[in-house]
Design a protein around this ligand. Structure first.
Ligand SMILES: C=CC1=C(C)c2cc3[nH]c(cc4nc(cc5[nH]c(cc1n2)c(C)c5CCC(=O)O)C(CCC(=O)O)=C4C)c(C)c3C=C
Ligand code: FE2
Length: 323
């Protein structure tokens, strides 16, 4: 029997400052995330300097987007819902695991084995449509490390970034279409920003590792699928932590669009299939506020694909490509 592991970055255990600090420290002490800092200094910088400095501000953002009804971060809740639906639709045991924090990869492996004693293969599905060393690579490396640390009675296979897969493109198009039909001036595709140094490493390796190429391909294919005017699109980047990161910036672009007379904007992230801090806070709160307070009239946020039935069906087809 095969099993499925839905893999993502992770979220703090709670929205409390201490848990947020722990999560930020874990993320930033990852050499694939903070790669320009010497090894001996990375942990100190991440856990003792940046995390304590950033934690209160970041916790206040989590406070605004937290799923209080389910007492969970939206990212974890959405991932659990997706896993439940995939398991129900395929009959294959399905679990979630996070690169940082919980649920951890070893725990997810154990739960899959508990669900199925005859498990012979686990298909790992990193929930990153575009490749980045700080998202896809570090997550699959973690799965590899946890797999090799002790003997397992199953093998593992990885789903590759699906930035151009028809099922991802058509799902995005389907989620955007109702907003397009109401009329709009600009369609803003937001992606997580990256340090230029990471972008260059990927670009030198080729298209398979080239974040900006994959971002542009996703947008080109969705535009084609929707049959809309590419001149009304904007690609922007959010969450930059420094000047030498990918631009144009989401918030800055929203201000400029509003100030130059754009009235109706549709905004979404095509870089995160599951809603999280980056979509619910950066787009639906910060970008909305930047647009509306600068004279913009209508701001429409397209929710993530999360556990939408049409996406579940298409993701299963993407996963089946690995079977
Ligand atoms: C496309 C996926 C992601 C990329 C690429 C990525 C790069 C990246 N992130 C940081 C720093 C932080 N990321 C944080 C949270 C966070 N990041 C991603 C995804 C990508 N990150 C997710 C899904 C999350 C969790 C969001 C949630 O809802 O919980 C954080 C903590 C939150 C905050 O304070 O903003 C930090 C810090 C760097 C430095 C980086 C590339 C080098
Ligand atoms: Fe991040």
């Amino acid at each position: 029997m095969r099993g499925i592991l839905i893999l993502n970055t992770g979220s703090p255990k709670t929205k409390n400052r201490e848990d947020v600090k722990f999560f930020i420290g874990a993320m930033l002490s990852d050499p694939l995330v903070m790669s320009t800092v010497p090894n001996w200094f990375r942990d100190i910088l991440a856990k003792r300097i940046i995390a304590p400095l950033r934690a209160s501000n970041s916790a206040s953002h989590y406070e605004l987007i937290w799923d209080n009804e389910h007492n969970e971060s939206p990212l974890i809740y959405n991932s659990l819902e997706l896993a439940k639906k995939i398991q129900a639709a395929t009959g294959m045991p399905t679990e979630i695991a996070m690169r940082y924090g919980n649920p951890s990869v070893p725990d997810a492996f154990a739960r899959l084995q508990k669900k199925c004693a005859t498990l012979h293969e686990v298909i790992v599905v990193p929930m990153f449509p575009q490749y980045a060393q700080s998202s896809y690579q570090t997550a699959v490396d973690e799965v590899g490390r946890c797999f090799l640390i002790k003997p397992h009675s199953f093998r593992i296979k990885f789903v590759e970034p699906y930035y151009n897969k028809p099922g991802y493109i058509s799902s995005l198009a389907q989620s955007i279409k109702p907003f397009i039909e109401k009329g709009y001036d600009k369609l803003v595709f937001s992606f997580h920003s990256l340090p230029i140094a990471h972008v260059e490493i990927g670009w030198n390796k080729g298209k398979e590792f080239d974040y900006v190429y994959q971002v542009k391909e996703t947008v080109r294919l969705v535009t084609k699928e929707l049959g809309i005017d590419p001149k009304k699109n904007r690609i922007v980047y959010s969450s930059a932590i420094g000047s030498k990161w990918l631009k144009p910036d989401l918030e800055e672009t929203m201000k400029q669009l509003a100030q130059s007379g754009t009235e109706r904007v549709i905004a979404l992230t095509a870089g995160f299939p599951a809603d999280n801090l980056e979509s619910l806070y950066d787009i639906d709160i910060v970008a909305r506020e930047a647009f509306e307070s600068n004279g913009g009239k209508e701001f429409h946020f397209v929710p993530g694909l999360n556990a939408e039935d049409f996406w579940v069906q298409e993701l299963i087809k993407i996963i089946a490509g690995k079977v």
